[in-house]
Ligand binder design. Sequence first.
Ligand code: ASP
Length: 431
Amino acid sequence: MNETDSIDQPEIKRRPWWQRVPLTLQIVIALILAIAVGIALGGGNPSSANEALIKNLAIPAELVLKALRALAPPLILVAVLHTFMTANIPGTAGRRLAVLLFTNTTVAILIGLLVANVLHPGTWGRLTVPGGTTTSAEQKFDPWGLIQDAVPKAILEPLVNNNVIQLIVIALSFGIVLRAIKSEMVAQGKNSYQPIEDVISILFEAVIRILNWVIALVPLAVFGIVASTVAKEGFEPFISLAAFIVAVLIALALQACYYLTRVNFGSWVKPLNFLRGGSDAFLMAFSTSSSGATMPVTFEVLQEKIGLRESSAALGSLVGANFNNDGTALYEAMSALFISQVLGQHLNIGQQFLVILTSIFASVGAANIPNAGLVTMTLVFTSVGLPTQYIAVLVTVDWFLDRCRTAINVMGDMTVSALLDGKKPHSQGKF
Ligand code: ASP
């Protein structure tokens, strides 16, 4: 279940009207206002009198970005710990699930990198970061250095330095150990693991709540960054972003084709029935940008409409959804490559390998709520020395691309369920 469900519902009634306007609508209004203000401030030819104002317009985006960077490591840490502590996965099915999740996510990232390498969306236009300076530390890929650096000097070091590899080492170590301790205690009929599990759940909820505050500021950040970009450079930077949108949509469509092929050859479900039966879940994912909020619908359509066995439906939609965010992984890898192309900073094979590795974990750590991918993307960027300031520019298109990648995240969970259900038909489906 989506951890925020229980806390969001009662709040809705108490919210003032302006907070009840859907986030997407707020962002669209912010975009329209920003374009008008950007044109009024110069539309590509700003006068020197407006220079300071234009620069300061980028401040909200810088603050949002700083908050995202700060939240990323604790989010990944508690998300991984939370999943290890609470997920209920039976042995063999668990191993199959892990293999399926890993292959699907790797394929998604490879598709993303392939499309970005072929189309080169970052070279279609000119894109600069308004306000901030871009410090891009060109990094060489050094696998031995990576191994040498994998263990932090102190447990809290990766949280402070945003070092994703070290963070993963810490999160996995504690996750595996806590899980083992819990299993031993359960076998002995003890429940003294419960307080730790509760603390982890509460911390996870707390990080998500703070994340929701930051996300509430996104319309303001979008307003500032678009207004200052239009004022300084006119509309040319948006050509580059349009190219990026096209590239991401092509890659997501290819990933959907990959799922349908796997469903066709690896399960008894017919791809057309999969699409028709799953349409409610895809639409819900697209309209909410949250695979967590879509979870109950995904579970239901898998059982009721597609006709999978309850156990496979539950493993893919309820358990898999916590780890499995293929659309997010694809998007994070493509964003890194896109920005490297914008900067003319070529990422070699080694660095792209690092992008694959970090995107896998960044997608596992991305909570299944709107815009969560943006948070963990900061770690992917840092791992290959790309300036995270550019993520502020991606915020302007994230409201749309998030919807599309969320639909793919959900389709990925459903594919895993269908594959776990196997080739022997189970005939309760409506189609
Ligand atoms: N919104 C996505 C989801 O809920 C996560 C992301 O931001 O990529 O699945």
